[in-house]
Design a protein around this ligand. Structure first.
Ligand code: SF4
Length: 426
């Protein structure tokens, strides 16, 4: 059996026989407007417009699988339901009255919905759990144009969602783009595993303080100290130098380090260890003041990439942790894949937000152009889409596919997905 969401979908798209439509009270009914879907408390659709008999009505519509659900949900005691002009039910199992003991005009959909639509819906929603996505079997039958148009919309939806998060932080930071960008950049450097401590590190070490220092060693001292990494007693010169400098800066700026135990190394490649990432960030900060301002002025992706090129200090050529010297020595550069991921996940959303805040259409276009000009990302979600026949051509499409999987397929929101809509109506 389906749920009420399916009936909401049927009602809002008028996917039932509407010719000769009559209420159970045998009055002719014409749907002028289905109304606005309400996902909060109260009736399911607001401001519907109907003609029942010879009377035009404007008001709310309530939808239930069975008419008895009205009483079960105690709507007869709730004033929010006083303005319901129509009760839409799949099955009428008992008459329903309003507070004035008047029968509420009702239509029963059971005989009016095409059986094939119900079968298609049930196949989609009850697909085997072994399918990576509910429509894994059916998606091949969907027209390529429908998929690519839907992916274009999802790219914008993803950017809008990210930009709302950024806007909230930006507001908190008095619309300071540099400080907010710095915060997100740090967070991204932490990947999923260390996003939280990197975010806390940036919040605890304001960009204003970092910008007062030009030398790499001072910025490293600040960041390692604030990260809680300079509380041991390693004897090597580099460590001692950083520790001494941090002790001075800590007093000068009244700083407080974050809890060292927040950092995680489990399931991380050594090149992603926070020790390495912090040095790369310090290097980036020491060579680029006002990094965001430079990035938004950049004309090409290559130019943006150039601003993000960085490497860890020489000490880290043969270390992954303070004090533990390795025999093999390698430069710890920030790889091009990571740089591109930073562009996709931080630079593009920020450019998009900047365009919106400044009312700058060209900047918004530039952010979208960056995405469509970058190569498709490679990750497990993108690979799975490819396995079921959906190949992304660029980063804009990979971002859309990630959005689709995480915010639609995973939550079985097939009724609000264009692909799902097409499959249901085949
Ligand atoms: S949300 Fe769309 S793409 Fe995802 S499983 Fe449902 S119909 Fe398929």
């Amino acid at each position: 059996m389906f749920n009420e969401d399916f009936l909401h979908y049927i009602w809002s798209n008028k996917l039932f026989t509407t010719s000769e439509l009559k209420t159970l009270q045998n009055e002719k009914i014409t749907i002028i407007k289905s109304g606005q879907h309400n996902t909060d408390a109260g009736p399911d659709f607001f401001n519907a417009q109907l003609k029942i008999g010879e009377t035009l009505w404007a008001g709310n519509v309530e939808i239930h699988l069975r008419s008895s659900d009205w009483v079960k949900h105690k709507h007869q005691l709730d004033r929010a339901y006083d303005n319901v002009i129509l009760h839409v039910v799949y099955q009428n199992d008992q008459p329903v009255f309003d507070k004035n003991k008047r029968l509420i005009p009702t239509i029963e959909l059971k005989a009016l919905i095409d059986e094939k639509l119900i079968v298609n819906y049930e196949n989609l929603i009850n697909s085997k759990s072994t399918n990576w996505i509910p429509c894994g079997q059916q998606i091949k039958s969907v027209d390529k144009f429908i998929i690519s148009t839907w992916l274009d919309r999802l790219a914008i939806e993803r950017l809008e969602r990210k930009s709302n998060e950024i806007l909230t932080t930006l507001k908190f930071n008095a619309t300071n783009f540099e400080e907010t960008f710095y915060l997100y950049l740090f967070k991204y450097f932490g990947l999923n595993v260390n996003a939280l401590p990197f975010e806390l590190l940036a919040k605890n070490t304001s960009l204003r303080i970092i910008e007062k220092h030009n030398s790499l060693s001072s910025i490293e001292a600040l960041l390692y100290g604030q990260a809680g990494f300079l509380e041991e007693n390693y004897t090597d010169e580099y460590y001692q130098k950083l520790k001494k400098e941090y002790q001075f800066l800590k007093v000068k700026f009244k700083l407080k380090p974050i809890d060292r135990s927040l950092w995680k190394l489990l399931r991380l490649r050594p090149s992603n260890f926070p020790t390495i990432r912090i040095s790369q960030l310090a290097n980036l900060m020491s060579t680029n003041s006002r990094l965001f301002a430079k990035i938004i002025e950049a004309k090409t992706i290559k130019e943006v990439q150039k601003y993000l090129i960085t490497h860890a200090s020489i000490y880290w050529n043969n270390h992954y942790h303070f004090g533990d010297e390795l025999i093999k020595s390698t430069t710890k550069n920030l790889g091009l894949t990571t740089i591109n991921n930073i562009i996709i996940n931080v630079v593009v959303p920020f450019t998009f937000v900047y365009g919106k805040v400044k009312n700058d259409e060209l900047m918004i276009e530039k952010s979208l152009e960056m995405l469509s000009n970058m190569n498709a990302e490679s990750n497990s979600i993108v690979e799975k889409w490819e396995e079921i026949g959906i190949k992304a051509n660029n980063a804009m499409q990979t971002q859309s596919l990630i959005e689709l999987k995480k915010n639609y397929c995973f939550q079985k929101k097939c009724l609000t997905c264009s692909i799902g809509n097409n499959i249901l109506r085949q």
